[in-house]
Design a protein around this ligand. Structure first.
Ligand code: 6PG
Length: 247
C-alpha cells in the first residue's frame, strides 16, 4: 500500500519532504535514541537536502545521533562532480554539526565490488548484525529517500538489472551499460526492509512513467521502481502537479 502526496511545485515538494525528514528523525530519536536515513542522488532529492539545510530546520534535529547513509553511489571518488556523497555534503552535511563518524558513504573510489562489500560491512556494523544473521536479518533504515528516473529506475536499479531480483546481497555493484559506468546500489533486500521509503518525483517528463509505475502492470524488470514495497513499513510518493499530470 502506498500513499501519494501531490504538491504544487518542486519547491513545495522539497519543503514537505524536508519537514518529513525532520519529523521522522525526531520520532526515531525519541523512540530509539538515534536515526538512520539513506539519501538519494539526483536533482529532486538534492532540492530536499537544500531545503533541509536552512536554519529553521537544521536547528530542529539532533545531528549527534543522526546517521547518514546512501541508497546508491557512482564509482567515482568522493570529490568527483558525479558523487552522490559530494552532492549531499555540499547541499546539507557541510551546513550541519554532524560528526564525521555519522557519515557512512559508499566508497566510490574503490573497485566497485570492493566498495559493495565494504558498504555491507558498514551496514552490518551500524545495525549490529553478524555475518551469521545476514541470512535472515536486514538493516532497517528509519527512512530511505529515493528518486525515480524517467525510465522508471530508482537508486541504481536500472531496467534489466539482475540486482532488481536480488534476494541475499544487501549491496550490488554492476556496470550500467546505458550509462557506460559502474554503480553501487542498495538492493531491494535492504530498501524493502526500511520503516519508511519516500519517493521524490517531479516534472512533466516523468508523468507517463509514473502512471505506469503506480497503476500499470507489475513488471519491475522494466520498471524497477515497482520493486519497492516495504515488507513492514510505509511507502510514500511525494510528487508535484507536473508529475501527477497523467494520473
Ligand atoms: C542517482 C540516483 C537516481 C536518481 C534518479 C532521479 O544516483 O542518480 O540515485 O536514482 O534519484 O535518477 O534523479 P532526478 O531527481 O534528478 O530526476
Amino acid at each position: 500500500m502506498s500513499t501519494v502526496r501531490t504538491y504544487d511545485d518542486p519547491a513545495a515538494l522539497a519543503d514537505a519532504a524536508a519537514h518529513y525528514f525532520v519529523k521522522t528523525a525526531q520520532a526515531a530519536i525519541e523512540e530509539r535514541g538515534r536515526f538512520a536515513v539513506a539519501l538519494a542522488g539526483g536533482s529532486t532529492p538534492k532540492a530536499m537536502l537544500v531545503r533541509l539545510a536552512q536554519p529553521d530546520l537544521i536547528k530542529q534535529l539532533d545531528w549527534l545521533v543522526t546517521h547518514i547513509f546512501w541508497g546508491d553511489e557512482r564509482a567515482v571518488p568522493p570529490d568527483h562532480m558525479d558523487s552522490n556523497y559530494r552532492m549531499a555534503r555540499e547541499a546539507l552535511l557541510d551546513h550541519t554539526p554532524l560528526p564525521a563518524a555519522n557519515i557512512n558513504r559508499i566508497h566510490g573510489e574503490l573497485e566497485p565490488a570492493t566498495a559493495a562489500t565494504n558498504y555491507e560491512d558498514i551496514l552490518r556494523t551500524y545495525f549490529a548484525l553478524s555475518p551469521a544473521q545476514k541470512a535472515d536479518a536486514q538493516p532497517r533504515f528509519d527512512l530511505v529517500f529515493l528518486g525515480m528516473g524517467d525510465d522508471g529506475h530508482t537508486a541504481s536499479l536500472f531496467p534489466g538489472a539482475e540486482a532488481i531480483q536480488e534476494q541475499q546481497q544487501w549491496v550490488s555493484a554492476y556496470h550500467v551499460d546505458k550509462l557506460a559506468s559502474w554503480r553501487m546500489t542498495l538492493t531491494p533486500v535492504v530498501l524493502n526492509a526500511a520503516a519508511r521509503v519516500v519517493f521524490l518525483v517531479t516534472g512533466e517528463g516523468k508523468a507517463n512513467r509514473l502512471r505506469q509505475v503506480l497503476y500499470g502492470p507489475y513488471q519491475p524488470h522494466i520498471l524497477p521502481a515497482q520493486i519497492i514495497s516495504p515488507k513492514d513499513g510505509r511507502l510514500l510518493w511525494f510528487i508535484d502537479e507536473a508529475a501527477a499530470g497523467s494520473l
